[in-house]
Design a protein around this ligand. Structure first.
Ligand SMILES: Cc1ncc(COP(=O)(O)O)c(C=O)c1O
Length: 391
């Protein structure tokens, strides 16, 4: 049996997979089992933000694996202390404490639980196209009906869904029993979009006035993806609770909830926990990833690369718009994205799709260089031209 057959037989079939076997990565490239090289503009779903197998990250986790792979939160640890301090100092100005877990969905579950505990209120306002994870609690605030399906019928009765970017809709839903408003500051899976500065400002003001926690799900946007360490910094809007995961460990699983001073004492000791949260391998990864982002000035680079993408794609007539921020970008096409994504794969370029049928998503390693973007633009133009010939 070949590798694909073995996976298909023994792994639950919940993913649509590309027909390739990836065995190794280096920088912005990954390689298949026949040593073919692919330009990775997808980063394993916005995860490998500092590039595949960055030497500093590899060294940090290898060294740590020889020293101590894991011990739980029932003891103190020097590396956990350093990583937590580094996260709080580099997140939002009022970030005061962090809770470590393993994934984005766990982080969002914790955020909602903490907001309910802090306010003593039950309800949550979330976005119709939002995505916050696959567990029942995270799904209960995930607006996207394709992802929520029929699962949490019993839980989403506590959620009101409103269109992203529509402040009046939020205002209309707000009541004294709303614990939190949760949103991705730049939406991604539901289609890449940002709202106006006024929208973020108004949400902040509304939450403060109503004693409601503002939760930014920065699972995708956090750790530099949009060209700032966290996306709200683009608008100087600070949430009460921030969740992060994906890029936070450079590929090593880690999730986190970052809390400001006012809300950090909401959960009493013992009220929340996570066995693997704050484990040493993950902490080594978080510390190394943050250091690389800062030392190599990768945030400013990501912002520059956004401009490069916009410039290179500006000349392609079938590209109707480029949406998003930094290196979380949506490319709006005048035709369906799926065959274009497949055409790019044939040219050994990996990109993502999303819920908008005409949108390609770019989520490359933040270390991507102008020559890679030019290579992508040339390939995209060719694939689109070939698609036009077929019509
Ligand atoms: C914005 C956002 N929140 C939460 C999640 C869930 O994260 P995880 O798959 O790590 O549970 C995702 C995953 O794509 C996401 O994009």
């Amino acid at each position: 049996m070949n590798i694909r057959e073995v996976e298909d037989q023994y792994i639950l079939q919940t993913y649509a997979k590309k027909p390739i076997v990836i065995t190794r990565g280096e920088g912005v490239h990954v390689f298949d089992d026949r040593n073919n090289r692919y330009l990775d503009l997808y980063a394993g779903h916005a995860v490998c933000s500092i590039g595949h197998c960055h030497p500093k990250l590899v060294k940090a986790i290898s060294d740590q694996a020889k020293k101590l792979i894991f011990f739980s939160n029932s003891v103190y640890n020097d590396l956990r202390a350093e990583a937590a301090q580094l996260v709080c100092k580099n997140a939002y100005p009022a970030s005061s404490a962090v809770f470590f877990c393993n994934s984005g969905t766990e982080a969002n579950e914790a955020a909602i639980k903490i907001a309910r505990r802090a306010t003593g209120r039950p309800r949550v306002i979330a976005m119709e196209t939002g995505f916050h994870g696959r567990t029942i609690g995270a799904l209960s605030v995930t607006g996207n009906p394709k992802l929520r399906g029929d699962f949490p019928q019993n839980l989403d009765t506590l959620t009101d869904f409103v269109p992203f970017g529509d402040f009046e809709a939020v205002e209309a839903m707000l009541s004294p029993d709303v614990a939190a408003i949760i949103l991705e500051p730049v939406t991604s899976v539901g289609g890449v979009r940002i709202a106006s500065r006024k929208y973020y400002d108004s949400l902040r003001e509304l939450c403060t006035g109503n004693g409601t926690a503002l939760i930014f799900d920065e699972v995708q946007t956090g750790f530099g993806r949009t060209g700032k360490m966290f996306a709200g910094l683009h608008w100087n809007v600070e949430p009460d609770i921030t969740t992060a995961a994906k890029g936070a460990g450079g590929g090593v699983p880690v999730g986190m909830v970052i809390l400001n001073e006012a809300i950090r004492s909401a959960p009493a000791p013992g009220e929340h926990g996570c066995t693997f949260g704050g484990g040493m391998l993950a902490m080594a990864a978080v510390k190394a990833t943050l250091e690389v982002l800062l030392e190599e000035k990768i945030l400013a680079h990501a912002a520059e690369m956004e401009l490069c993408v916009r410039e290179e794609l500006g000349n392609i007539p079938e590209v109707l718009a480029v949406t998003g921020k930094g290196l979380l970008l949506g490319i709006e096409l005048d035709c369906p994205a799926k065959p274009v994504i497949e055409g790019l794969l044939e040219k050994r370029i990996l990109v993502g799709g999303c819920d908008k049928p005409n949108q390609i998503r770019l989520l490359p390693p933040l270390t991507v260089q102008p020559e890679h973007i030019r290579e992508f633009a040339a390939a995209l133009a060719e694939v689109l031209a070939a698609a036009r010939q077929l019509v």
